[in-house]
Ligand binder design. Structure first.
Ligand code: FCB
Length: 458
């Protein structure tokens, strides 16, 4: 998609009243300070130090947000966002995963949350964005049924500490992605390729979700609770009938195996037999707790192809040769985003917040240090247009968070793939708002102006 729409804000600027504009990040991807103030190791520290990340990158320093968080709040103020979605690093507040809490780690999030509130930015706290304490992984991590209780205890610590100030909690970020990549494909930590381990992890993460919802309700009764799911169309590579089963299996594992039990009370029928051996009576009631919103992360469609040697009989497929793709090769179809929003809203019957959407690139600053990321602007323009159309078509979408505020540690590809609307020079830590950041600032401003001058829907 080279037809970047320039820096022009959308002509149609009417959005629902109280629509929330935000930015997202996650702990391991931005914080750094990996060994500071008593933080324990996470599974991603271990994976990165095993050299499993491109270019040998690690999250040891990342964006150094741990020290620069005030500056980052200042950037958010400049952008004019309403909300900031971040995650708490479990091993920073509980270095061993359980037991004695780490006061300096807890105090960091006090400072962050207080700073956000002072700036008039609503904190959206996600409890788990993939950085499991290594000691818990050594005990079997999510393959252990006890992990649901470990997570509930960790949740209690976090909610007790911040529940007076934080009113939005998400239990998990993309459970389908971290369980599939981490337990069945070795694309992420802890790095197994084991269908049984994966099936167990799915069920235990679902139990952990339900248990955490109960803890949050008991300790912060006025809080609004959700879970964040990655949903994208899954298409058979080359549109081949021989890849159709592969695409269906990936669809169930990617799009359904978490939200369906959590919200609708049942596993997808094709996957239920794989989970059944680990289910006990009463589990579904524990998983399916009332929640307040659906967090949707969306980038673009994904592709599958048959591979009988793989854990679930599928492998990652390629996008068609003529597909529009981003610099990092992800397919771009804004129309599918519109369809996904409508379907998610209808199927689950919850208000939807787009908790991630964004465009990866290899953008480098010009000699003057400016970053004119027109392709990202084009992507964001088309996707916010598609979201606007979905709302007009009846999808109950209440907010949108760009991934990401900052260029950061992009998991397996390290620092090479950049998603920020603010660039980070990883040598100096210097931040600079990109053209896309200025575009977003104008979009937010325009949407408010339009609302104050003409509150009727267009
Ligand atoms: C999502 C992850 C997020 C980031 C983006 C690009 O799957 O939740 O941490 O890596 O992809």
């Amino acid at each position: 998609m080279n037809d970047a729409m320039g820096a022009k804000p959308p002509a149609r600027a009417l959005w629902p009243e109280n629509f929330i504009w935000g930015v997202s990040t996650s702990s391991y991807q931005i914080e750094g300070a990996a060994k500071e103030d008593g933080r324990g190791p996470s599974i991603w520290d271990v994976r990165s130090h095993l050299g499993r990340i491109d270019h040998g990158d690690t999250g040891d320093v990342a964006c150094d947000h741990y020290h620069r968080y005030r500056e980052d709040i200042g950037l958010m103020t400049q952008l004019g966002v309403d909300a900031y979605r971040f995650s708490v690093s479990w091993p920073r507040v509980l270095p061993h995963g359980r037991g004695v809490a780490n006061e300096p780690g807890l105090a960091f999030y006090d400072r962050l949350i207080d700073g956000l509130l002072q700036a008039g930015i609503e904190p959206w706290l996600c409890l788990y964005h993939w950085d499991l304490p290594q000691e818990l992984s050594d005990l079997g991590g999510w393959t252990q049924r006890d992990s649901a209780d470990w997570f509930a205890d960790y949740t209690a610590l976090v909610v007790k500490r911040y529940g007076d100030r934080v009113k939005r909690f998400a239990t998990f970020n993309e459970p389908s992605v971290f369980t599939l990549f981490g337990y069945a494909m070795d694309w992420g930590a802890p790095g197994l390729i084991d269908r049984t381990a994966h099936a167990k992890a799915i069920h235990h993460v679902n139990l952990a979700h339900g248990s955490a919802v109960d803890v949050i309700r008991a300790m912060a009764p006025t809080a609004s609770v959700g879970c964040i799911h990655n949903r994208q169309r899954v298409l058979p590579e080359h549109d081949l009938a021989s890849n159709a089963d592969a695409a269906r299996t990936l669809h169930r594992l990617w799009n359904e195996v978490f939200p369906d039990p959590q919200i609708l009370g049942a596993y997808p029928a094709e996957l239920a037999p794989f989970i059944a051996p680990y289910e006990r009576s009463g589990d579904m009631a524990r998983i399916c707790r009332p929640i307040d919103w659906f967090g949707l992360n969306h980038y673009g469609p994904i592709f599958a192809k048959a591979d009988p040697s793989a854990a679930w009989g599928f492998a990652w497929g390629k996008a068609p040769a003529d597909a529009p793709v981003s610099d990092i090769g992800w397919a771009i179809y804004p129309e599918m985003f519109r369809a996904e929003l409508i379907e998610t809203s209808r199927k689950y019957g919850l208000p939807v917040y787009v908790t991630e959407n964004g465009c990866g690139g290899h953008d480098e600053p010009s000699d003057e240090g400016d970053l004119n990321d027109q392709r990202r602007i084009g992507y964001l323009q088309h996707h916010t247009d598609a979201m606007h159309a979905a709302i007009k078509d009846g999808a109950d979408v209440r907010g949108y968070f760009i991934w990401s505020l900052l260029d950061n540690f992009e998991w397996g590809s390290g620092y090479a793939n950049r998603f920020g609307i603010v660039s980070v020079d990883f040598k100096t830590g210097q931040r600079r708002i990109k053209a896309s950041g200025h575009w977003y600032r104008r979009l937010i401003k325009e949407s408010r102006l339009a609302l104050s001058t003409n509150p009727a829907p267009d």
